[in-house]
Every structure is written in structure tokens, then in C-alpha cells.
Design a protein around this ligand. Structure first.
Ligand code: PNS
Length: 159
């Protein structure tokens, strides 16, 4: 049986932290479905299509990773995909508190399990929102993004 896991997020934009998690997830499962939230309330810097396109390019060398947009409940998407689990990276205890709340709600909804992988130590302080803030103020965050994403981020922030 194909063991498929879902890695959900907004990925605005994808970082090396996300890619590290996808690579590690792809060693544990037959297929990794990266699920891009297309209609969540948060204000986004990149459109859903742009986020998906950047993810596809960034994951091109990970053959078992598939990038898909989703709307509605994550648990419904997971059922549609036939996923056995949700997998997320966690950086900190505050991440864990929030992620645990979502994991328990998702387990309540359909019984799906959530797996947490600790962020790699070198990437434990990397988040899309922090990279956007620093880049907006002229700081160099190229160490934490694929080169083409860093360029797109700088271009977008320049307007
Ligand atoms: O990048 P983020 O903000 O951590 O992504 C959060 C996301 C998209 C994974 C989360 O908001 C989500 O699962 N949204 C889908 C709607 C849903 O199922 N909400 C209830 C979660 S318990």
C-alpha cells in the first residue's frame, strides 16, 4: 500500500526550513503531498498560484513530493488524498502548543494522526514571516531561501 503523508502550510514563500522537512518526510513515506492553503484568512505576500509554482520548482529534485492547493478542512483534504498522516515541522515550544491544538482537533474530526519533526538546528529560527520582515527592511535572508525565491521575494517587496 502506498503510504502517503500530507505536509500542510501557507508557504508564503517556501523556505529551506520547509524543504528540509519535505526531504526528511520523503525518507519516511512513499509520497509527500505538500498541501498549500489557498483560502486562509491571513494576508499573503504571494498568491496561491505563485506559492504553488515556487514550491513545485523548489521540490523539482524531490521525486516523491507532489504540490497541491487545498481549500476547506485539512482533514477532508487528507481523506480525499488517502493520506495516513499529517506531518509538520516544529521549531519551538510555542509552535508545539499551537500545532498540538490543531493536531488534537484534526484527530477529533477524522482520527488522522499528526507527526512532528523537530526543525534542524541550523533552521530552527527560520520562518516565512520573519524572513519577509527582515527582507522588507533590507536585510539579507538569502541563506534561508532557494536563490530564485530570494530573488522573487526582493522583487515583490520592491513593488
Ligand atoms: O503556514 P501555516 O499558517 O502554519 O498553515 C496553517 C494551515 C494552512 C496548515 C492551517 O491553517 C490549516 O490546516 N488550515 C485549513 C483549515 C482547517 O482545517 N482548519 C482547522 C485546523 S484544526
Amino acid at each position: 500500500m502506498m503510504r502517503r503523508v500530507v505536509c500542510p502550510g501557507s508557504f508564503d514563500p517556501v523556505t529551506l526550513g520547509h524543504l528540509d522537512i519535505f526531504g526528511r518526510a520523503s525518507e519516511l513515506f512513499d509520497e509527500v503531498v505538500v498541501a498549500v492553503g489557498v483560502n486562509v484568512a491571513k494576508q499573503r505576500l504571494f498568491t496561491a498560484d505563485e506559492r504553488i509554482e515556487m514550491l513545485r520548482e523548489a521540490c523539482a529534485d524531490l521525486p516523491s513530493v507532489r504540490v497541491v492547493g487545498f481549500d476547506g478542512l485539512l482533514t477532508d483534504f487528507c481523506a480525499d488524498q488517502g493520506a495516513v498522516a499529517i506531518l509538520k515541522g516544529v521549531r519551538s515550544t510555542s509552535d508545539l502548543d499551537f500545532e498540538r491544538q490543531m493536531a488534537q482537533m484534526n484527530a477529533h474530526l477524522t482520527g488522522i494522526q499528526t507527526i512532528f519533526l523537530p526543525a534542524s538546528s541550523a533552521l530552527g529560527f527560520v520562518s516565512s514571516s520573519l524572513l519577509k520582515e527582515v527582507a522588507q527592511l533590507g536585510g539579507d535572508v538569502s541563506a534561508f531561501l532557494p536563490d530564485f525565491v530570494n530573488e522573487r521575494l526582493i522583487a515583490r517587496l520592491r513593488g
